[in-house]
Design a protein around this ligand. Sequence first.
Ligand SMILES: Cc1ncc(COP(=O)(O)O)c(C=O)c1O
Length: 374
Amino acid sequence: MRIRDFGVEIWMNRWEETCRYNLAETCVDSVTVEELLALARLDAATFAADLLAMRLTYGAIEGSVRLRTAVAALYEMATPADILVTHGAIGANHLAYQAVVEPGDVVVSIVPTYQQHTSIPESLGASVRMLRLREERGWLPNLGELRELARGAKVISLVNPNNPTGSLLDVAALDAIAGIARAEGAWVISDEVYRGLDQDGAGTSPSMADRYERTIGIGSMSKAFSLAGLRLGWINAPAPILRAANRHRDYSVISVGMVDDLLASIALEAHEALLARNRGIVRGNLAALDAWVAAEPRMSYVRPASGTTALLRYDAAMTSEAFCTGLLEAEGVLLTPGSAMDMEGYLRIGYANDPVVLREGLARTSAYLATLGR
Ligand SMILES: Cc1ncc(COP(=O)(O)O)c(C=O)c1O
């Protein structure tokens, strides 16, 4: 199977272990097992005893009932039977495309996006049409354009809240997209790994899975729940999709680890406490980023509404990769070049890391900018 290089993953793999200030990270500052147990108000000694007594079988093949119940509770309409546990959202997305896409199908992908949503359907022989988000529209889709592009489509895919822009589709937009998809009989693959991190209001916006019956909803422990080390995600979809995904999953997953399943269950049963911690981080950090952008004449952006990332537009006559490589060499700060996601002229920042790292990384980025010609 031919597939394009995954731009962002290649960039991150190359630098994230050696940089000093990681402003490319997209997960909310990760928690330790001890912090997780404290948030969940569980006694560490009891947990340790449970773990020591655990017999390490394959566990429940599709995810434990306890875990699938906790995942289903994140949605209005889902039941445990609608949930299939996967190896991260990266596994969920892969299985979702394998389940629905055949050679010759049309897939409409709203871009910029996480590259899986263009490169996997392409590799499966689909024709991928891209709906470009534009900065002047606040990185929100033009729904008239979507209606045109979606004619004859099998799948419409979106990341909501969006990575990399941080834009968020409101209920009216979700319902309009549902109307467009329904008219075509298309599936919507809705990657919602950043759901729960809104800057305003209660913090969790509706899921497409609760607005449209042919949605394949994707979620994960990595980003909003700050537990990427579990490598655990899920698909929330109607039975025929889960059956098709399972056909592929039997060849590539079998089950996720029992320890991961247990820790994810504990985390999701305490999701309100975990999300409250994480919203505190993204809201505090975005205020710091916002103040920095306002004071830095050579940077501008559309303030993100949700998630952990934003696209910065920089004023310097160089490619985004040259900017990022120079910044790493001079100051040890890691950003992601827009070129890694077909967005030359921009830099992606992940602002949900440790607040001290963010502030120091931004100050050092200003020092680097001061050395650059225009
Ligand atoms: C939009 C999106 N989907 C999926 C993933 C993969 O996440 P996971 O760690 O759950 O595999 C990422 C990771 O960056 C992402 O940004």
